[in-house]
Design a protein around this ligand. Structure first.
Ligand SMILES: [Zn+2]
Length: 209
């Protein structure tokens, strides 16, 4: 790992997935957006919890079940507290719960806008290698090669050529054209010198971005 600039990019998607649900107001399938609110209903020892969605066209609500008739004793106290306090982090995690949404809808719109926070993990002066660790706490609807091309201002053809020549590799291997997954590391070896390291460095660490 000598002479490598190591960075971590954390990708935060800006809009939660929107399931298409039959809207009783519009009388047809419509995309619904998450309202960021939880509704709880206690019935004796049993609890229902729903995440509230709203039709994009008419604002009619749809309640996505998070729990149904769950015994209160079986609910993690931390989850209970998060739901009662409308905890934004907990709600965000639920809003990005694609697995749960797929049980309720066959069509889900996802959004590719992400906010990226970039931090340096380690740097050796004069290096020509770059390692980018990707962290995606919530699912991100972006293909890795498109994302890298845009962020590093390298054409996709050039990326493909670098991949071919071993100038770029990923861990795990073979995922350059796949959707971004958290934990992926991208290694770039720029010793061929076609891309000036100084400009890539500033893109990698987010200087002046
Ligand atoms: Zn509607």
């Amino acid at each position: 790992m000598c002479k490598t600039l190591r960075v971590r990019w954390t990708l935060i998607p800006q809009t939660a997935p929107q399931p298409w649900i039959t809207c009783s107001g519009c009388r047809g399938l419509r995309p619904f957006r998450c309202s960021g609110k939880i509704r709880l209903n206690a019935n004796g020892r049993r609890l229902d919890a729903w995440l509230i969605y709203k039709c994009l066209d008419c604002d009619k609500t749809w309640n996505r079940p998070v729990f149904e008739r769950r015994n209160v004793r079986d609910i993690d106290p931390a989850v209970m507290e998060a739901m009662q306090g409308n905890d934004p982090d907990w709600i965000r995690a639920e809003a990005f719960n694609l697995e749960a949404l797929r049980h309720k809808s066959t069509r889900i719109d996802e959004f590719s806008e992400v906010e990226i926070s970039k931090e340096i993990l380690g740097e050796a002066p004069g290096g020509t290698r770059l390692a980018i660790e990707l962290a995606a706490p919530w699912p991100v609807d972006l293909r890795l090669d498109r994302f890298l091309a845009a962020e590093l201002k390298i054409s996709r053809a050039r990326l493909a050529a670098l991949h071919e020549s071993g100038g770029i590799r990923t861990e795990p291997d073979g995922i350059l054209r796949r959707r971004i997954r958290s934990g992926t590391v991208v290694f770039l070896d720029l010793s061929a010198g076609e891309e000036p390291m100084a400009s890539l460095r500033s893109l990698a660490v987010g200087d002046g971005a």
